[in-house]
Design a protein around this ligand. Structure first.
Ligand code: 13P
Ligand code: SF4
Length: 304
């Protein structure tokens, strides 16, 4: 660690203690951010951590919908997002108004929303899911019900295939995972014939079809730990490589694409975390009327 990072880290640790704060980091964050976090995980694990922490302040190192979900779950805590521009483009591919219109056209339809969505969209949904539990959530919906899955068409089609349920899909997608191409996987499989291939369900259908396992980022961390494979080809945002390599020093991790970078995730740095703790900004709040309705969808997911 450089002297300046060591100094920043110490100041963050001191302020965290003084303000009774914890730092939660998503698996895609910069390595130095993951290293100072109290907990690093996927969207579901981070929501569960937010729900059970006794800290009064949560510094959320991830994107806006993740901080918003923490605020939906624990309105009594101060949730800070160190950079307000850290948004998820896929979450912005659907609005509450557009979803209401779709519901008007399909009365009685069950809306399953991926956690990568705004609080206002969650408030219009029946149940929330993450990539870790989407199949399980959809399996619980009575067979006679029509389902609308929003906003990720690729996660939605993967879940439809796994469950055998016909679902209406919103045409959203993740621009970062769209960069992962099937021909890159085929090339790497030829180069590393013994390697296992893990990909995120936000990848295109042609990509998930080539994988040995389709997993959330938390699922990939467990797969790497438990699998006997010494070489693993990884089809997701490259921030996860930091943790995979740190936790499994004897294994080789090969990214499918070095271009698979989520620029918004990388806006969070040690500097912005320190600034956030000093200034207590940016507080992420959800209006109570929306929060109460969104919480129903999130609570059903956490109970499921
Ligand atoms: P996970 O919940 O699998 O960590 O995914 C979050 C995400 O934004 C993937 O792009
Ligand atoms: Fe959103 Fe994709 Fe970034 Fe995940 S990787 S936060 S889905 S843009």
């Amino acid at each position: 660690m450089s002297d300046s990072n060591a100094d920043l880290t110490q100041r963050i640790i001191d302020l965290k203690k003084a303000k009774n704060a914890i730092i939660l980091s998503h698996n895609y964050q910069l390595g130095e951010v993951q290293d100072i976090a109290d907990f690093v995980g996927d969207s579901l694990e981070l929501s569960r951590q937010a729900a059970k922490t006794s800290a009064g302040v949560i510094v959320f190192c991830g994107v806006h919908f993740m901080a918003e979900t923490a605020s939906i779950i624990c309105p009594d805590k101060t949730v800070l997002l160190p950079d307000l521009h850290a948004g998820c483009p896929m979450a912005n591919m659907i609005t509450a108004e557009a979803l209401r219109e779709k519901k008007r056209q399909h009365p009685g339809i069950v809306v399953v929303c991926y956690i990568n969505s705004s609080a206002a969209v969650k408030a219009e949904s029946d149940i929330c899911c993450t990539s870790a539990n989407a199949v399980h959530i959809v399996e619980q919906i009575p067979l006679e019900k029509e389902i609308l899955f929003v906003p990720d068409q690729y996660l939605g089609s993967y879940v439809a295939e796994q469950t055998g349920r016909k679902m209406m899909l919103w045409p959203g997608y993740c621009p970062t995972h769209a960069r992962i191409q099937p021909q890159d996987i085929l090339r790497l499989k030829a180069e590393y014939p013994k390697a296992k291939v893990v990909v995120h369900p936000e990848c295109r259908t042609e990509v998930t079809a080539l994988a040995d396992a389709v997993l959330s980022t938390g699922g990939m961390i467990r797969f790497a730990r438990e699998s006997g494979a010494q070489e693993i080809i990884v089809g997701t945002e490259i921030g996860i490589l930091h943790r995979l390599r740190k936790e499994n020093p004897g294994k080789r991790f090969i990214p499918v694409s070095e271009q698979a970078v989520c620029p918004r995730m990388k806006l969070i740095t040690l500097e912005t975390i320190l600034w956030s703790l000093e200034s207590m900004e940016h507080v992420v709040n959800v209006p109570e009327r929306i929060r109460r309705r969104a919480k129903k969808a999130v609570d059903r997911m956490l109970a499921g």
